[in-house]
Ligand binder design. Structure first.
Ligand SMILES: Cc1cc2nc3c(=O)[nH]c(=O)nc-3n(C[C@H](O)[C@H](O)[C@H](O)COP(=O)(O)OP(=O)(O)OC[C@H]3O[C@@H](n4cnc5c(N)ncnc54)[C@H](O)[C@@H]3O)c2cc1C
Length: 413
């Protein structure tokens, strides 16, 4: 086997970091080029002057069953930076009915909780859960509403909030195939796979900085603020990469992993079909410490907020598929979302300082049409591979998908 002389990983989001770390750990020389001044891409942290603290662009939830996340965190030596309650436990508030409930599935595979009326989702009966069986199978090209009924208490109180946050798309129009991937990898496997985990204290501290440290220790060449402008092809190979400072020739054994967003890949790689519709995620970060003993997060229905996170020094709200909020004034949003936070955690404090972060193209739209536009990791060029949450991983656009795509691209190299 001939090892590549050097692998150019372009894009320092989690997919690029995952590919780079996997290759560097195998002793393969890596150059990581990231256009921004910092790595992390859509999963990043920054100092916010208004709140006078480091915050994340958005809350990111992962689960104990996310296998690629577990492997990555071990590789970069940061497994202890994902924290959670240590059990499968999700607190919910139905704002319209002012009703609280807790989803606590069994650790094991058999869902005893469904047999126990007291542990089921409020207002549901045993037969309601049969529709989950349909979502254990794959359904390429079909919408969720073509596969299961999208109404009733199980849908409104549990499945809809679950799918909207995992798919970042209105579930009624979302891909049944991607929804079924979530069901197969979480609910169907049991609570052991569903312990919620959150980056502590920040996304950068958990996912990004330890990866850069690891790469530095292995001698990788990390170039931040270096944007790829063009690729020159010769026959079926990428022959040169043009960065701001000029063209860099690729040797015969050099390889390239494109871990850039789909719009960049689509522009730089002729003929590549990529997802081209996206949805926003809006986050609100409030400078207030959560009350002692507060649950780490509360899922909400019937309000504007969908998930409220209680972090050590701040409280933070996520709204998925939030395109309808993009034009809303930040002060307005802060007021509305603070009412939801106050309800979720029983707070009476006045509105604290708040930073609204609107990520317009947070993920590709998880519709069947967009899923069909996801390319595989191989390209028409023998030394160029793709990574990113938008590549056809079979998963929605998530950290797990991004990290897995990086591993796959690295293994193809
Ligand atoms: C607000 C928000 C909340 C989210 N919540 C969750 C969650 O709770 N759970 C979850 O699992 N996932 C969540 N996600 C999704 C998750 O963040 C993404 O799936 C993941 O970060 C994507 O990583 P990536 O490497 O594929 O892409 P990106 O992070 O987009 O990385 C691509 C990188 O390429 C760089 N780049 C672009 N052009 C060039 C160029 N020409 N040259 C060099 N570099 C270039 C970009 O700067 C970027 O750093 C959320 C996303 C957002 C935005």
């Amino acid at each position: 086997m001939t090892l590549p002389a050097r692998v150019h990983v372009v894009g320092g989001g989690l997919a690029g970091l995952s590919a780079a770390v996997t290759l560097a750990d195998r002793g393969i020389p890596v150059t990581l080029s990231e256009a921004a001044k910092q790595a992390g891409g859509r999963c990043r942290s920054f100092y916010d002057g208004l709140l006078d603290m480091v915050i994340d662009n958005g809350n990111h939830l992962v689960l104990s069953g996310n296998a690629a996340v577990t492997r990555y965190m071990r590789k970069i030596g940061a497994a202890d930076r994902l924290t959670g309650p240590g059990r499968p436990e999700f607190h919910f508030l139905d704002r319209q009915r002012d009703r609280r409930w807790v989803f606590r599935p069994d650790e094991g595979r058999f869902p005893w909780w469904i047999l126990d009326a007291g542990r089921r989702v409020p207002g549901t009966a045993l037969r309601d859960y049969l529709r989950l069986l349909a979502l254990m199978r794959r359904h390429p090209g079909r919408r969720i509403d073509e596969v299961i009924r999208c109404d009733g208490p199980l849908w409104e109180t549990f499945l809809r909030p679950l799918f909207i946050s995992a798919l970042n798309t209105r579930p009624e129009e979302a891909s049944a195939d991607l929804a079924s991937a979530i069901v197969r990898e979480t609910l169907a496997k049991g609570g052991r796979y569903m312990h919620p985990l959150v980056a502590t204290p920040t996304l950068a501290a958990a996912f990004v900085d330890p990866a850069l440290d690891r790469l530095n220790r292995t001698g990788a060449d990390i170039r931040l603020g270096r944007s790829l402008r063009a690729v020159r092809f010769e026959g079926n190979r990428a022959a040169a990469l043009t960065f701001d400072e000029g063209e860099e020739l690729l040797g015969p054994e050099d390889h390239v992993i494109f871990a850039v967003p789909p719009w960049t890949a689509g522009k730089l790689l002729p003929g590549l079909k990529v997802p081209d519709a996206f949805h926003a995620i809006v986050n609100a970060h409030f400078r207030i410490a959560p009350p002692a003993g507060a649950p780490p997060m509360v899922g909400m229905t019937g309000g504007t907020a969908e998930w409220v996170f209680a972090l050590a020094d701040r409280m933070s709200v996520t709204v998925s598929a939030a395109d309808h909020l993009l034009e809303r004034d930040a002060d307005d949003l802060a007021r509305i979302l603070w009412r939801d936070v106050s309800a979720a955690y029983g707070l009476t404090a006045p509105l604290p300082a708040c930073r609204i972060v609107k990520e317009k193209r947070a993920t590709f739209a998880s519709t069947p049409a967009q899923a069909a536009r996801r390319p595989g990791a191989r390209t028409a060029w023998s030394n160029l591979f793709l990574a990113g949450d938008w590549v056809d991983t079979g998963l929605p656009a998530t950290i797990e998908g991004a990290l897995r795509s990086g591993e796959v691209a690295a293994s193809l190299v």
